[in-house]
Design a protein around this ligand. Structure first.
Ligand code: TXA
Ligand code: MG
Length: 315
């Protein structure tokens, strides 16, 4: 299949209306989108990504009003989050509307919904009359794509069209908060800081599979992972222990005698998040056998970065 990479919204609409897949830009990472109400179209997403059917998709909407088409019993705290933080990197898990096919939610009675903050994709969502189911546009388990070229490198042969919206401004996936039960619970750390959410709805529970606590690495699931081994810790110690056939992913310090990418020279966590996945891809593609990385400060977006680093390093 020849993939087109272009900014042509009409082409994207046409394909989506016909039940085809389109890779779409968002502020977090690129998504692989299909009509969320069309179960046959959504099945193609799972096939194209080699994604297991037990892993539910996020449904993307173009307005807060549209949430009522995919969810029911929407609580007040969810509305507060939508009104304050949408469009933005926050997915809200709500009770599922019966109209959403079970293939989208992997059989769950809840659905994850978000309004992405990307002008092109917002235009697209507002020009079609269905929401878009979209996971990240990468093969299951690999690093998420933050540019159209990343998508083309890995899924190019398998999808007809990539809508090119440039580089993703946030760079890590959305934060996922479950508002379907009594206590709002963070299920995935991401592009919206926990602190920001707590300013709006008060204290929340953080129950991400990998929280930022380094105590339980055995519980981590490998994900967002480069193909070669990656070790995370104190880089000087890791260098001391291991061989020197390594490349180094550091936060702000430079390591002159090595192949080294710094996430942010000024120590800016937003910049670090934006650079994270592209840096991991670059180091995965060089000739060194192992990537050494270090954690960043564990607050704000730093928690999501550390979560991704830990998962990338998990065995
Ligand atoms: O930033 C993002 O969220 C990106 C862009 C494309 O929007 N999407 C993304 O999708 O990261 P994906 O498929 O890579 O991750 C979606 C995750 C699932 O793995 C699952 O953990 C969670 O969202 N999820 C979706 N629906 C859920 C539900 N009903 N209950 C709990 N978790 C859910
Ligand atoms: Mg993903």
């Amino acid at each position: 299949m020849d993939t087109r990479i272009a900014t042509d919204l009409a082409q994207a609409q046409l394909l989506l209306n016909a039940g085809k897949l389109v890779a779409i830009p968002t502020e977090t990472v690129y998504g692989l989108a299909a009509n969320a109400f069309n179960a046959d179209a959504v099945i193609h997403i799972f096939e194209t990504k080699n994604r297991p059917h037990f892993d539910p998709l996020i449904v993307h909407v173009g307005s807060i009003a549209q949430v009522k088409e995919v969810a029911t019993h929407i609580p007040e705290n969810a509305y507060q989050l939508m009104q304050t933080l949408w469009p933005g990197p926050l997915t809200i898990v709500l009770q599922k509307h019966e109209r959403v096919p079970h293939i989208v939610t992997s059989g769950l009675e809840t659905v994850g919904v978000r309004m992405p903050n990307h002008p092109m994709t917002l235009d697209l969502l507002r020009s079609i009359d269905f929401p878009l189911a979209a996971p990240s546009a990468n093969p299951f388990g690999y690093i998420s794509p933050t540019s159209a070229m990343h998508v083309a490198e890995q899924l190019g042969e398998r999808i007809p069209f990539i809508l090119d919206g440039g580089e993703c401004m946030v760079g890590v996936e959305s934060t996922i908060i479950d508002c379907s039960g009594d206590t709002p619970t963070i299920l995935r750390l991401g592009g919206t800081a926990v602190e920001t959410i707590e300013e709006i709805i008060g204290k929340v529970v953080v129950n991400a599979i990998s929280t930022s606590s380094p105590q339980a690495p055995g519980m981590l699931h490998t994900h967002y992972a480069p193909r070669k081994p990656m070790l995370v810790g104190n880089i000087h110690e890791l260098l001391h222990e291991g061989g020197h056939d390594v490349s180094i992913l550091s936060f702000r310090d430079s390591f002159h005698n090595f192949r080294n990418i710094r996430l942010s020279e000024t120590g800016d966590l937003h910049e670090a998040a934006r650079n994270l996945f592209a840096a991991m891809r670059k180091l995965d593609a060089d000739h060194h056998s192992t990537i050494l990385a270090e954690f960043v400060p564990d607050y704000g977006l730093g928690r999501a970065i550390n979560d991704r680093l830990k998962r990338a390093a998990a065995k």
